[in-house]
Design a protein around this ligand. Structure first.
Ligand SMILES: [Ca+2]
Ligand SMILES: [Ca+2]
Length: 256
């Protein structure tokens, strides 16, 4: 049924944007928008020297099937109160980018962890709907390129997809006093020592740690896919005391 839906949407898109083409030539179940105009699957590629979300990005069940607020990719330093925790990172658009593209997103700085259970971490967020809920149930997974500099020596790197239910109030709906928030679907990332690495992650392959409130369904599918706040790349020192250097790159973020 999902494949049929994709085919129908693709056929409709084709009718709108490529008059004269034959819908029957489109492979069923594969949304090959990167070769079409406009690009409906790229989240952000930074090649226009901005961190903006692609304004043509597909979204299920909203007017025009297109993101409404199309936010930006932003870096968050939310624990900046030594001696409890200290984060400092900046985001710049720099080249060369991944996969022979001109530009990419570069996050550099430092995080100081005092080993006191605060878990400071540098967050890079791709806010498809400007921080509001994004319905990505049309898609199966996400591709992106990731690179860490040789000087990056944090103890923990993750990619996660925060949902309205797993993110704390006020952005999300989780009561932070329960200590059960931030158990997002995600996966660990490895250092790449200065080389670009392409990751292709099916949503269904992402997992939670287990300390958070149960979700229905239990995997990143169905209703959960309609409650996405942003895509998140995070680096921290995992409660190990000390200052670590943060130096990572993200590029060519695209749903499939
Ligand atoms: Ca790029
Ligand atoms: Ca943080």
């Amino acid at each position: 049924m999902k494949s049929n839906f994709k085919f129908l949407v693709l056929a409709a898109t084709c009718a709108l944007f490529c008059v004269g083409c034959e819908p029957k030539t489109v492979p069923v179940g594969a949304y090959q928008a990167p070769g079409t105009t406009p690009d409906r699957t790229t989240v952000a590629n930074f090649n226009d020297d901005t961190a903006n979300i692609n304004p043509f990005l597909f979204e299920s069940g909203v007017p025009g099937d297109t993101v409404t607020f199309h936010g930006a990719v932003t870096v968050v330093n939310n624990f900046t109160a030594p001696p409890k925790a200290d984060e400092f990172a900046v985001m710049t658009i720099e080249g060369p980018g991944a996969n022979n593209s001109p530009l990419a997103c570069h996050v550099s700085g430092a995080v100081t962890d005092y080993g006191d259970g605060v878990y400071p971490a540098i967050d890079l967020q791709a806010q498809m709907e400007g921080g509001k809920r994004y319905n990505m149930s049309f898609f199966t997974g996400v591709n992106f390129y990731f690179k860490t500099g040789v000087d990056d020596n944090v103890k923990k790197r993750v990619f996660q997809i925060p949902l309205f239910e797993t993110q704390a109030v006020p952005t999300g709906n989780c009561d932070n006093s329960t200590n059960r928030c931030y158990d997002h679907f995600g996966t660990a990332l490895s250092a790449t020592n200065g080389s670009w690495q392409k990751l292709s992650l099916k949503f269904s392959s992402l997992t939670r740690q287990g300390f958070g409130f149960p979700l229905t369904p239990t995997d990143l599918s169905g209703f959960n896919l309609t409650q996405v706040l942003w895509l998140l790349w995070e680096e921290g020192n995992a409660n190990a005391a000390g200052t670590a250097t943060v130096d990572f790159w993200v590029d060519e973020i695209q749903f499939f």
